[in-house]
Design a protein around this ligand. Structure first.
Ligand SMILES: [Zn+2]
Length: 482
């Protein structure tokens, strides 16, 4: 990509190179006509400032430690909206709270124990570490007792049929592939296991199960259950559903191979009435084309077990840092940089949908959208759903980003970010931060997703990558082509 020949060489650049050749001083080849020396210098200044600044880190500490978990519909989520809006106003941005309706689900008691199994010591039970899946209905307050059936796939569940499943608790014992994740294919590893969390409860319910459990979708070995949303099918009965730790899933599978295993399970979450919440939309107005928008974003809601540091407080604060840095340095992007902190990514994506509905007519003027939602690990660059021309235009930027190890632009067919998906579908060039996710799924959706998991230097590298991409796209002479 370094030697890519770019079209539309400007006459100025041609003249310069001509002049330089005459006097015999080989001036370094201009990066491209699109990047005048000012822009190139600004990007380098921005990079240096981003790597030195701690605004993102301090803001993340406040979100996690002072405000805490930000489950959609919770008082903390509402408070976080106010906090982010106030911070953006302090920087002089034009801030709007844009409505969306979110589910209001509240976790309750969650306990489980094996009450009958092979080789059991008399008068004992064995504790199972469980957490309710987001959106789950409750068991009766006193809990439910039933035999457990362990299955390793949807096919196996179907083969067992109603006769094998009715009246039982189904455990989907499908492993998160830690080796696949360790080799960089973490999203793949997640995708293939998470299907059971999303769809498993309804599949089991169709065959008469009284509750469903999944092996936690994640890679850690510290007996931590991983929560996350389930998706009840409209045509299936709703049964209580939880995630057990991978260690407990192994124990249950071991005991089931020896004979009948009975569990007592109590989950008492509540689904309250839907509630109004907000995306925070903060504009740093462009000087030449204020109507043209470049989005930087992360999602403000989180699960409730931890404090939402890596998922996705980190994404929120690096987007906020873009605004902070541009203000601090007095830079003037030509186009508007819009910071969005999305609400309700985790359970239904209603924030993203609300934005798409109310801004659809402006999509032709959305030049690019960037989202960070794969943690706070060292950024390698971006997953990008862009065309060849856009890729060529970004080549000089990636040269600069390479200095902090973030110069990779991996062109993907889609799936750059859950919240920017409507823009992606519309054809807007979209970018998802491509972080080192090798340990992300150890903490993802657990009680251990806390501030200490974020490495300050890596957070700053993320802030730098997002700010540079946004500022470049917002400042290039031409729009990034679709
Ligand atoms: Zn997330």
């Amino acid at each position: 990509m370094k030697n890519r020949i770019l079209p539309l060489l400007s006459s100025v650049a041609l003249l310069l190179s001509f002049t330089n050749n005459i006097v015999g001083q080989r001036r370094p080849t201009p990066i491209t006509d699109h990047y005048d020396t000012h822009l190139e210098a600004d990007l380098k200044t921005l990079q240096e400032a981003a790597l030195a600044d701690d605004y993102a880190l301090r803001t993340l500490a406040h979100l996690c430690n002072n405000i805490g978990p930000r489950l959609s519909g919770s008082p903390q989520a509402a408070h976080a909206v106010e906090y982010v809006a106030a911070e953006m106003r302090k920087l002089g941005l034009e801030v709007k709270l844009e409505k969306c309706t979110v589910p209001h689900w509240v976790r309750g008691i969650e306990t489980a124990a094996l009450t009958a199994f092979s080789g059991q010591a008399p008068n004992t039970t064995q504790k199972v570490v469980v957490t309710a899946l987001g959106g789950s209905v409750a068991t009766p307050p006193e809990g439910v007792s039933a035999e457990i059936v362990v299955v390793n796939s949807f096919e196996q569940l179907k083969t067992m049929g109603r006769v094998g499943i009715e009246g039982k608790i189904v455990l989907f014992n499908v492993r998160f592939d830690t080796r696949m994740a360790a080799q960089g294919e973490w999203s793949q590893a997640y995708g293939q296991a998470v299907a059971y969390r999303g769809l498993g409860p309804s599949e089991a319910a169709r065959l008469g199960a009284v509750a469903a459990l999944v092996r936690s979708v994640g890679g850690a070995d510290f007996r931590l259950p991983h929560t996350g949303a389930l998706r009840y099918a409209p045509d299936a009965p709703r049964i209580p559903a939880g995630a057990v730790t991978s260690e407990d899933a192994d124990t249950i599978a071991y005991l089931s191979a020896e004979g009948k295993v009975t569990m007592h399970l109590t989950l008492t979450p509540q689904t309250l009435a839907d509630i109004e919440s907000f995306n925070v939309v903060a504009d740093l107005k462009g000087t030449e084309h204020p109507e043209e928008i470049v989005i930087v974003s992360g999602h403000l809601d989180s699960w409730d077990l931890g404090t939402g540091a890596i998922d996705d407080g980190a994404g929120v604060v690096i987007a906020m840092e873009t605004a902070q840095l541009i203000r601090q340095l007095g830079l003037k992007p030509k186009r508007t940089i819009r910071i969005i902190t999305w609400m309700n990514e985790e359970s239904s994506g209603s924030g993203s949908r609300a934005y798409a509905e109310s801004h659809k007519s402006e999509f032709p003027n959305h030049i690019a959208a960037i989202e960070s939602d794969l943690g706070a690990g060292h950024p390698l660059g971006f997953n990008a759903r862009i065309g060849e021309k856009a890729l060529a235009m970004l080549a000089p930027l990636t040269e600069i980003l390479r200095a902090s190890g973030a110069g990779l632009i991996k062109v993907v067919p889609g799936g750059t970010g859950a919240d920017i998906e409507p823009l992606e579908v519309d054809g807007v060039p979209c970018f998802g931060m491509l972080q080192d996710g090798r340990t992300y799924f150890n903490y993802h959706h657990t009680a251990a997703d806390t501030f200490d998991k974020v490495i300050p230097r890596e957070l700053a590298e993320n802030a730098a990558a997002m700010a540079l991409l946004a500022y470049a796209v917002a400042s290039l002479p031409d729009r990034l082509p679709r």
